[in-house]
Design a binder for this molecule. Structure first.
Ligand SMILES: [Mg+2]
Length: 255
């Protein structure tokens, strides 16, 4: 009923605009309309949940298998944070409802609110790692200024986090230098992330073609050492899209 009323209101508004010789603009499109389906998918679909559980089940199996052998070096797992352990979709959804464009995003305020929640399956997996004395590292490209809020949010949700193992972004956008710090003392069993740059291998590529070529080259690492989480909301895949064309023109319409 409500949607019918909205449709009727929009129709009336549109006809008013026509009859007043375009004195007023038509109903303003939401600048992030294109993301609504992605947000709904993450927030409501069983498919999203199933994929997340699938990723964490595979990660657990990999760690269990690794621990069957004796090792000289200590074991660690490296996590990304956003859309890997913490679900930020509520923050983005609020922005869409307010009609904010991507440029006007309020991610800083969202981080300060410390309201992000745990992604399904993550708390159990992290507890499993802790029980088996596997060291847990959090390497995120949240800015260093967000350290206290990020630490507090992770703790409040239930992730065991040591301050020295929470590595946010300083001058270096690439996560490689932070990974190298971990690798000096530990063997990393698996890397978990939602963005290719969460993984080693040189994924700091800029074009669609280069990113996809590298994924093909490293295909056997996925589901082994590299475990990827679904994130339809945002990511470097979006930054790789050419900006000189509209999104609809980028759609492939031939095989
Ligand atoms: Mg992320």
């Amino acid at each position: 009923m409500r949607s019918l009323l909205i449709v009727l209101s929009l129709t009336v508004l549109a006809s008013c605009s026509t009859h007043s010789n375009h004195e007023s603009n038509e109903v303003k499109a939401n600048p992030r309309e294109y993301q609504i389906g992605a947000y709904l998918w993450q927030q409501t679909s069983g498919e999203y949940r199933a994929l997340v559980h699938q990723a964490y089940n595979i990660a657990r199996e990999r760690v269990e298998r690794d621990l069957e052998d004796k090792h000289n070096r200590k074991r660690a797992v490296i996590f990304d944070i956003d859309e890997t352990l913490l679900d930020n979709s509520v923050g983005g959804a609020q922005e869409i409802k307010l009609g904010l464009s991507w440029k006007d995003n309020k991610f800083n305020e969202w981080v300060k609110s410390r309201q992000a929640v745990a992604i399904p399956g993550t708390l159990d997996f992290v507890k499993f790692l802790k029980d088996r004395q596997v060291e847990i590292f959090y390497i995120s490209n949240r800015a260093l200024s967000m350290f206290d809020d990020t630490y507090a949010n992770l703790q409040a949700v239930g992730f065991p986090v040591k301050k020295e193992n929470l590595m946010l972004m300083g001058e270096d956008h690439s996560k490689e230098s932070r990974r190298q710090i971990v690798l000096k003392k530990y063997d990393v069993v698996v890397y978990l992330g939602d963005n290719l740059t969460d993984f080693p291998g040189g994924f700091e590529k800029t074009s669609v073609e280069a990113r996809n070529a590298l994924v093909e080259k490293m295909q056997s690492d996925f589901g082994q050492k590299l475990i990827i989480l679904p994130n339809p909301l945002y990511g470097d895949w979006e930054r790789a899209l050419p900006t000189d064309k509209s999104r609809i023109d980028l759609l492939k319409i031939k095989p």
